[in-house]
Design a protein around this ligand. Structure first.
Ligand code: CA
Length: 396
C-alpha cells in the first residue's frame, strides 16, 4: 500500500515537473514564428519542425556546467595530439590527397592544416555529437541564459533542414548546436559552408569533400596567409621578460630576432611580414612559441589558445615533425586517449562508477582518481596522468 502510494506520488511528481516546462517551451516557440518568417523560414516549415519539440533539461545542465577540476595544457594536448590521431591524420592525408590538393588550390590552405582541424573537431568525422539540434536549440532558445543567441541558431537550423530536405531530428550534434564533421554552429554553416563535391548540397555531415572545403573556406575568411606557417617553437634569450609574451603583444619578427629569440631547432626565424607574438602556455618554464598571423586564423575557429595550439601542433606532426622539444614543466605527463581508456578500465576494476569507458575524463572519473590517489598516498589532484596510471598498473 505504502509502496503504491509512493509510486503514485512519484508519477505525479514527474507529471507536475515535466508538464510546465513542456508547455512553456511550446508557447515560447510559437512566439518565435514572426522572427522565423523575418529570417526567411516559412511559417509552415517553422511549425512543422517545432510542433512536437519537448524541452531537454540535460541541455540546460550542460549550459550551466562548471567543471570541478582545471585541465592543464599538457593534459589537454596529450589527448588531442596523441599517436592515434597523428597516425589517423597521416592516413587521411593520403586517402584524400586529390580533394585536399583541390581545396588548397581554391582556398590557399594546406592539407595538413585542414586535416588537423578535421581531426580535432570531429576525430576525422567519427565524433560529431548525437543530440537532435532542434531539441537542444529550442530548449536553449526558451530556457536558460543567452536565449537570443540560441534563437538565431534554432532558426538557422530549421533553414538548413529545409535546404537539405531533412526530417526534424536528422541533424544531430553537440548540446550547443555544433554539428557535422566541421562542428560548425548553424549560422556559421549558413555563412561559410561550401558544396565542394558539386552535388548541389552543402553537406557537412555526409560529405568529406564538403567538410574539408568548408574548413578551408572558414580559415581563408579568417585571414589565412597562403604559404605561411602558423608559427614555431622557439628558445627565449636568458633574462626574457615574460611580460613581453601574450598573443596581443605583436612585434615584427626582426625585433624578436634582435632580442635573441631563436627557433628551437636552430637556424633563423622564418621570413614573414606577419607581426609575431610569443606564447608561454605553461609559463616561463615550459615550451615557448612564436605565433604568426595563421595562428589567429585557427584561433578564430574556436577562441582558445590551447585549442589553436593543438591544431597547429597536430598539423606539424602530420607534416612529419616530432613532439615539442622542450618538455612541459611537470613530472607527471599527460595521457593519450588509449591510456585514458586503460586508466578508466582500471578504475572500474577497482569498483568505481565512472560511467562509460570512453577516454573522456569527466568529473566522475576525476573523483575516482582522487579516491585512488588518497588510498595510494599520492597528491589527490584528480588528474588523469602517468603517475596514477603506473601506480594502478603496479597493482597498488
Ligand atoms: Ca556537396
Amino acid at each position: 500500500m505504502h509502496r503504491r502510494v509512493a509510486h503514485l506520488v512519484g508519477v505525479l511528481l514527474v507529471i507536475v515537473s515535466a508538464a510546465p516546462s513542456a508547455q512553456d517551451i511550446s508557447r515560447c516557440l510559437a512566439s518565435l514564428r514572426p522572427q522565423a518568417v523575418k529570417a526567411g523560414v516559412s511559417a509552415a516549415a517553422f511549425d512543422r519542425h517545432t510542433r512536437a519539440v519537448v524541452a531537454d533539461p540535460t541541455v540546460l545542465e550542460r549550459l550551466d556546467y562548471q567543471p570541478e577540476f582545471r585541465t592543464a595544457i599538457w593534459d589537454y594536448l596529450a589527448g588531442l595530439v596523441d599517436e592515434e590521431r597523428v597516425t589517423d591524420g597521416r592516413r587521411m592525408l593520403v586517402e584524400w590527397r586529390d580533394t585536399l590538393a583541390a581545396v588548397e588550390a581554391r582556398f590557399g590552405v594546406d592539407p595538413a592544416t585542414v586535416v588537423a582541424v578535421w581531426g580535432v573537431e570531429s576525430d576525422y568525422g567519427r565524433r560529431a555529437g548525437g543530440r537532435p539540434l532542434v531539441t537542444s536549440l529550442a530548449t536553449l532558445s526558451c530556457l536558460g541564459r543567452r536565449q537570443s543567441f540560441f534563437r538565431r541558431e534554432l532558426l538557422a537550423t530549421i533553414a538548413i533542414l529545409e535546404e537539405l530536405g531533412l526530417d526534424t531530428d536528422a541533424l544531430v550534434g553537440s548540446w550547443a548546436g555544433a554539428f557535422g564533421q566541421t562542428q560548425f554552429i548553424p549560422t556559421t554553416y549558413q555563412r561559410v559552408a561550401v558544396d565542394f563535391d558539386g552535388d548541389g548540397r552543402r553537406d557537412l555531415v555526409g560529405s568529406v569533400p564538403d567538410a574539408l572545403g568548408s574548413t578551408a573556406s572558414y580559415l581563408e575568411r579568417s585571414g589565412w596567409r597562403s604559404g605561411e606557417r602558423w608559427g614555431l617553437e622557439v628558445v627565449l634569450p636568458r633574462g626574457f621578460d615574460p611580460a613581453t609574451a601574450g598573443r596581443r603583444n605583436r612585434r615584427p619578427l626582426g625585433e624578436w630576432a634582435a632580442m635573441g629569440v631563436r627557433p628551437v631547432d636552430g637556424g633563423a626565424l622564418p621570413d614573414s611580414s606577419s607581426p609575431a607574438a610569443v606564447l608561454l602556455p605553461a609559463g616561463p618554464d615550459g615550451p615557448a612559441f612564436l605565433v604568426l598571423r595563421n595562428f589567429d586564423a585557427i584561433y578564430a575557429y574556436n577562441a582558445a589558445e590551447s585549442y589553436a595550439l593543438a591544431i597547429a601542433h597536430l598539423s606539424d606532426r602530420l607534416r612529419g615533425a616530432g613532439p615539442f622539444v622542450r618538455p612541459w614543466p611537470t613530472d607527471d605527463p599527460g595521457l593519450s586517449r588509449r591510456a585514458r581508456r586503460e586508466l578508466q578500465q582500471r578504475l572500474v576494476g577497482r569498483g568505481h562508477d565512472i560511467g562509460e569507458v570512453d577516454g573522456l575524463i569527466g568529473d566522475r572519473t576525476r573523483r575516482a582518481i582522487q579516491a585512488e590517489q588518497r588510498r595510494l598516498g599520492l597528491e589527490p589532484d584528480g588528474r588523469a596522468g602517468q603517475r596514477i596510471l603506473e601506480a594502478l598498473r603496479a597493482g597498488g
